[in-house]
Design a protein around this ligand. Structure first.
Ligand code: 13P
Length: 252
């Protein structure tokens, strides 16, 4: 069994001072458990301040996006070495908001995954279908395309550094999380694809679920051995609900 992983994606919330307050509140009430790894993904400008506060605690720092280039004339972009120096260990890549609001393609995501790995940043790769794709029975083919294009060119050993986040677009920010069965079915399919393509041991692939995860539904989701944790949006903006979700993931 892989270690459970709970990631808080703050999206475009919290100024630097608000970010500091939230981290201080989390640190006050969170008791680390060996069975769970916790990470937070604040906005870029708050990364360094949050990194300073996290210090040598067990909570990891993640960025919400990264540029595929190392440096150069790319106005507005943030490179992997910049994220490393700001204290990031993880980076979220291919979030549905990046894909659907900012037009990121599977090729962009592929380049970002390779760039992150080149600089020892651990990618949290998001995949997920839209409502109309689910209704048209295209969930498996959409996930397969996102996964195989995004991870193309990687070797089996690279897969050990990657977390997959299944985030159905229709469940994000809607208050309507996937059911355990819906999530577990897609997670199993992802495990199958990674096994078939890269020979990855299915038990060693870390696949987390995202989309309206709250303290009320987390326990139910974590009952499935297919679900190795959560990528949390709204509920991570409050210290108590975020820490509660982390506690529900523990098996210590
Ligand atoms: P919500 O938890 O607000 O639905 O957001 C999920 C998400 O997109 C996390 O990356």
């Amino acid at each position: 069994m892989v270690r459970r992983f709970i990631v808080g994606n703050w999206k475009m919330h919290k100024t630097i001072s608000q970010a500091e307050s939230l981290i201080q509140a989390i640190l006050k009430i969170y008791h680390p458990q060996t069975s769970v790894e916790l990470a937070v993904a604040p906005p870029f400008v708050a990364l360094q301040a949050v990194s300073g506060l996290l210090g040598s605690t067990s909570i990891k720092l993640a960025a919400q996006n990264v540029c595929a280039k190392d440096e150069g004339a790319f106005t507005g972009e943030i490179s992997p070495p910049m994220l490393r120096e700001a204290g990031c260990q993880y980076v979220i890549i291919g979030h549905s908001e990046r894909r659907h609001i900012f037009g990121e393609t599977d090729q962009d995501i592929h380049a970002k995954i390779h760039a992150a790995l080149r600089h020892s940043l651990l990618p949290i790769v998001c995949v997920g279908e839209r409502l109309e794709e689910r209704q048209a029975n295209q969930t498996q083919s959409v996930i397969q395309h996102q996964l195989l294009t995004g991870l193309d060119g990687l070797e089996s050993k690279d897969l050990a550094h990657i977390t997959i986040a299944y985030e159905p677009v229709w469940a994000i920010g809607t208050g309507q999380a996937a059911t355990v069965d819906q999530a577990a079915e897609v997670h199993a399919h992802i495990r199958f694809l990674l096994g078939k393509q890269w020979g990855v041991n299915p038990d060693q692939t870390r696949i987390i679920y995202g989309g309206s995860v709250t303290p009320d539904n987390a326990q139910m989701l974590f009952q499935s051995p297919q679900i190795n944790g959560a990528l949390v949006g709204k509920a991570c903006l409050n210290s108590e609900s975020f820490v509660k979700i982390a506690q529900l993931a523990t098996s210590d």
